[in-house]
Ligand binder design. Structure first.
Ligand SMILES: [Zn+2]
Length: 440
């Protein structure tokens, strides 16, 4: 009987470890985390200490007095001392703090659970994740101990803190932890002794309409002697910022399906977009919030920018929307002027030539300074022209996404071919451009 017990791996190994280092209940329990299910490490640790206490009378003869003294100082368990006293072993025991955690594990779990539950009141989320940053000296101590005693059944201290706090949060809030894409991460930062909160951005799909000209899509900064200055006072992205207040977010980033020129209006049903709210404390897409956001954008941009917000989108949708923009058919309204009179027949010729016509286009001269010079082939599906007066006319142009329409009109010194100018051999110029439709 005695021999069998002495051979028991757990007992043997624990005595060996406790001869060397003091361990609290949790840190001892973690060493045997794979033994038994439905147990906390604390209960495991206490159970092993109970077992050792029960067995010590039968093992006392196999241990030297020096070994007993060391084990007693390291086991941190009152009944063990009482049992030794009963065996007439009088020891002057000075309990030492746990070698791995320094006896702070219980208070860390309690304290951070309390802080997290308090912080939760400020955020809306459907799932969460608890993360832990532990000081490297703790991790190193733990790993070394496990390596020296060849222990493979252990759970890391980091994991235990995560799991224990996560379990308490889950019970209190009746919410599930989410490991892939949590709405919120509570990062217990034990290196800096603080709680960091990381909130997943909120993506909302929608469209925007731009009713004015000289409005850039995002802020356009130009460098001057005094520093940077905005080239245009208003941008679509800037006019979206009031949405941040509604969701108590840090700011709003616009991800649009392509972009129109600064001086072109974006009309019709608008341009598809995904807006990204950074660090939103509120993330429920209540109808009332979306309506308020739409109103706010219109009001604060003085009616120049309008948005339609549809609902929640995923992060992947951002790339999809941007990618699709290259293939969307677009319809434009062009107001063009000629330096000489243009006849009805000439306009008919433009309509006929540009019916399902592939146009080859080198990067326009006006954007060459910021885009690589490449040759692209884009299709013009249909053109409808209407004369306003002798040298002024309007053209509705339906074409493939990515075609530069201003250059389709003037030819850009032959870099776009054929062009409306080259077709009738006259100098035409686009003086106003509107995007009427972006198909999805
Ligand atoms: Zn400990």
């Amino acid at each position: 009987m005695k021999d069998n017990i002495a051979l028991n791996d757990i007992v043997d190994k624990t005595f060996k470890i406790l001869k060397e280092v003091p361990l609290c209940d949790r840190c001892l329990g973690r060493i045997y985390s794979t033994y038994g299910a439905g147990l906390s490490n604390k209960l495991r640790g206490i159970s092993i200490k109970v077992l050792l206490t029960m067995l010590i009378p039968y093992m006392i003869n196999k241990l030297s007095s020096e070994e007993i003294k060391r084990i007693a100082a390291n086991i941190k368990f009152q009944p063990f001392y009482v049992t030794l006293q009963k065996l007439n072993i009088q020891l002057d025991i000075v309990e030492k703090p746990c070698y791995i955690c320094g006896d702070i594990l219980d208070s860390i779990i309690e304290e951070y659970t309390r802080i997290i539950l308090k912080e939760c009141l400020n955020y809306e989320f459907n799932n969460f994740l608890v993360g832990v940053h532990i000081p490297s000296e703790i991790a190193t101590k733990e790993e070394e101990l496990m390596r020296i005693f060849k222990i493979e059944s252990y759970e890391s201290i980091k994991n235990e803190i995560k799991r224990e706090i996560g379990k308490k949060i889950k019970e209190r809030l009746k919410l599930q932890p989410e490991f892939q894409e949590p709405d919120i991460v509570f990062l217990v930062n034990l290196v800096e002794n603080r709680l960091d909160i990381i909130v997943k951005p909120l993506f909302i799909s929608g469209r925007y309409i731009k009713l004015g000209r000289k409005i850039s899509q995002v802020e356009w900064l130009i460098l001057e002697k005094e520093g940077y200055r905005l080239k245009y006072d208003l941008s679509v992205e800037k006019s979206l910022q009031p949405i941040a207040e509604i969701f108590n977010a840090q700011n709003v980033v616009l991800h649009a399906a392509g972009r129109e020129d600064v001086d072109a209006r974006m009309l019709g049903y608008g341009r598809p977009m995904i807006i990204e709210l950074k660090n939103p404390k509120f993330r429920k897409l209540l109808k009332q919030r979306l309506l308020e956001a739409e109103k706010k954008v219109a009001r604060e941009s003085n009616g120049y920018v309008h948005v339609f917000l549809y609902g929640k989108a995923s992060r992947n949708k951002v790339r999809e929307v941007k990618e699709q923009a290259k293939y969307h058919a677009k319809t434009y309204k062009v107001l063009a002027i000629s330096d000489v009179k243009v006849s009805e027949e000439e306009l008919k010729r433009i309509e006929n030539v540009f019916s399902n016509k592939v146009v080859s286009q080198r990067t326009p001269t006006r954007v060459l300074h910021r885009r690589p010079d490449i040759l692209r082939e884009k299709k013009v599906y249909k053109v409808v022209a209407k004369r306003i007066c002798e040298n002024l006319f309007e053209l509705l142009v339906k074409c493939e996404g990515g075609l530069y329409v201003k250059e389709l009109v003037d030819g850009d010194f032959g870099r776009t071919h054929p062009s409306f100018s080259s077709t009738i051999n006259k100098n035409l110029k686009c003086i106003e451009l509107d995007v009427l439709n972006v198909s999805m």
